[in-house]
Design a protein around this ligand. Structure first.
Ligand SMILES: Cc1cc2nc3c(=O)[nH]c(=O)nc-3n(C[C@H](O)[C@H](O)[C@H](O)COP(=O)(O)OP(=O)(O)OC[C@H]3O[C@@H](n4cnc5c(N)ncnc54)[C@H](O)[C@@H]3O)c2cc1C
Length: 243
């Protein structure tokens, strides 16, 4: 989390996961020209300083064997916490957790970490499945005409948005509560993206910046009851973490 005053901060998820690399972490930040923090970060030069605070405790911490399947649902920069989980799970060759990622972007050229994700899926086809969705193709170079022409979509990338149909097809099925003793053991779903997506998929987000002081003063993610599409699909609050 980068801060510029006690009450003004933005969360960022490092894309490097080595906890022993003291004094080093790597961020992937998308610059929004009107964005207060991202534009400042983008202007930084070597030697400049920024104040970071963290790590912030999350309700979900990846642990090998905690659940056999994890669904990951991300849009835009929401991919960064998912990439942490993917790296942690795949780094351990004795881990058998299966991961299904649904990742939405504006266009093929705006898909973040595409090369890394493709490589991870190619190296672990039995453990990582990815559904890339885009709202539109990239425009082709104009060639002097005024008509907009579109590039073909890259292999594995589809036009579409994250909706009930897509999630039903790609996420681990919500366990049948009548037959599963500990539902949390069967699967877990992580969601990270813009507020509008969180609202549609999970119901309204707690509106206090997303964190509150927990026991002992540690910051904890606040977690309201599940709603939206994931609730319709049968997931319980305890099986879904939205960031
Ligand atoms: C758990 C979590 C992890 C995150 N991890 C990362 C990360 O690793 N990398 C990263 O780049 N971001 C990440 N974000 C988003 C980040 O926290 C900021 O919201 C983002 O950098 C914008 O902050 P800002 O101060 O630049 O924009 P603000 O000043 O808050 O917004 C100003 C304007 O910028 C534009 N804008 C801001 N955000 C968006 C958006 N998402 N889509 C379109 N326009 C926008 C809008 O025009 C908006 O009106 C994460 C968010 C969460 C919740």
């Amino acid at each position: 989390m980068v801060v510029d005053a006690a009450t003004n901060y933005r969360p960022y998820s490092p894309i490097s996961i080595d906890r022993n690399a003291k004094g080093f972490f790597e961020l992937l930040v998308r610059k929004y020209p009107q964005g207060q923090f991202s534009s400042q970060l983008a202007r930084m030069e070597p030697g400049d300083q920024a104040t970071f605070f963290g790590p912030v405790a999350s309700r979900f911490e990846y642990r090998r064997g905690a659940t056999p399947q994890i669904g990951l649902v991300a849009a835009g920069t929401g991919i960064t916490p998912m990439w942490q989980v993917i790296q942690a799970a795949l780094a351990d060759s004795t881990d058998t957790t299966r991961l299904s990622l649904v990742y939405a972007s504006k266009s093929p050229s705006s898909i973040l970490l595409k090369g890394e994700l493709d490589r991870a899926a190619a190296e672990h086809p039995d453990r990582l499945r990815i559904c890339f969705l885009v709202s539109q193709p990239d425009p082709a170079p104009s060639g002097g005409t005024r008509m907009v022409e579109w590039e073909a979509l890259p292999a594995g990338v589809q036009l579409g948005r994250i909706d009930e149909h897509v999630l039903r097809a790609h996420l681990p099925a919500a366990p049948d509560s009548a037959r599963t003793e500990r539902l949390e053991d069967a699967c877990h779903v992580l969601v990270c993206g813009p507020d509008s997506m969180i609202r549609d998929l999970c119901g309204p987000r707690a509106r206090d910046g997303g964190v509150q002081p927990g026991p002992g003063g540690a910051m904890q993610a606040r977690h309201p009851a599940i709603g939206g599409v994931l609730r319709n699909l049968g997931y319980r609050s305890s099986q879904v973490t939205w960031l």
